[in-house]
Ligand binder design. Structure first.
Ligand code: FE2
Length: 251
């Protein structure tokens, strides 16, 4: 009889412990998150899964992710990624940009390892995400703080250590505006912060089609106009590119 009571107590304490554990790791925290946001995060993961499986094209993915960015309230997204905590002690480099990996809260139906890389990119005024093109990558960028001047270019082709590109976007992007890149559309981007600090939230897909991704830093100031709407620009190594483009006040 005594033994039975003992067992029962153990059992009930184990049960309540695991119940509490469940509450704290999933429900209690995620209960503060809007169900729409939970659905949003799962949908984001599904679109990335579709791109990985190649059931959608990179261009379709770009459209879908940018549409999703339009659907979420900025304040809700900032809460969801715990932006205030992410930027505590954030180190703003004198040249270029710094990044921090984003963690989503644990949600039912969302794998802990999402199908995509998620990061915030932050920089001080006049610093740049230096001009670069990409291979076997797709990414989508949402302005979550400040303003940035964004220039984008289509990648036409590669020639030796040069890229032939064509301007496609040149405008100032404000809060909640977004952009994206892939091998198919708007491959090259170049962001310059226009406010004291500026941040993007990025969803990034690497190694598409089973191929290793690559980034080419471009020397756009050295462009040669090919008189057909395109220009040819040299590829630069990272350090030279950072020195030349990382901080506009150096010029
Ligand atoms: Fe990029």
């Amino acid at each position: 009889m005594e033994r039975r009571v003992f067992t029962k107590e153990i059992l009930s304490s184990v049960l309540s412990f695991s119940l509490l554990d469940t509450l704290f790791t999933t429900n209690a925290f995620s209960n503060t998150i809007d169900p729409i946001t939970k659905h949003w995060a799962k949908t984001l993961n599904e679109f990335c899964s579709d791109l990985r499986k190649e059931t959608i094209s990179p261009i379709e993915w770009q459209g879908q992710i940018e549409n999703l960015y339009k659907e979420i309230e900025l304040s809700e997204l900032l809460k969801f990624i715990d932006f205030d905590n992410l930027i505590k002690g954030f180190e703003y480099p004198d040249l270029g940009v710094n990044t921090k990996t984003v963690k989503f809260p644990k949600l039912e139906g969302l794998p802990e390892r999402t199908k995509f890389v998620k990061k915030i990119f932050g920089m001080k005024k006049n610093r740049a995400i230096i001009p670069h093109g990409h291979s076997n990558m797709a990414s989508a960028h949402l302005i979550i703080k400040g303003e940035m001047h964004l220039r984008q270019y289509e990648k036409i082709r590669k020639e030796d250590n040069k890229l032939i590109i064509k301007p496609s976007i040149d405008k100032t992007f404000s809060l909640s505006e977004s952009s994206s890149i892939s091998d198919e559309k708007n491959n090259v981007h170049w962001f310059v912060a226009r406010t004291e600090t500026a941040f993007t939230f990025d969803v990034i897909m690497l190694d598409l089609k089973g191929e290793q991704y690559d980034i080419q830093n471009l020397d756009i100031y050295e462009k040669e106009d090919l008189k057909d709407g395109t220009m040819i620009v040299p590829v630069l190594d990272v350090q030279a590119a950072l020195n030349k483009y990382g901080n506009e006040t150096h010029h």
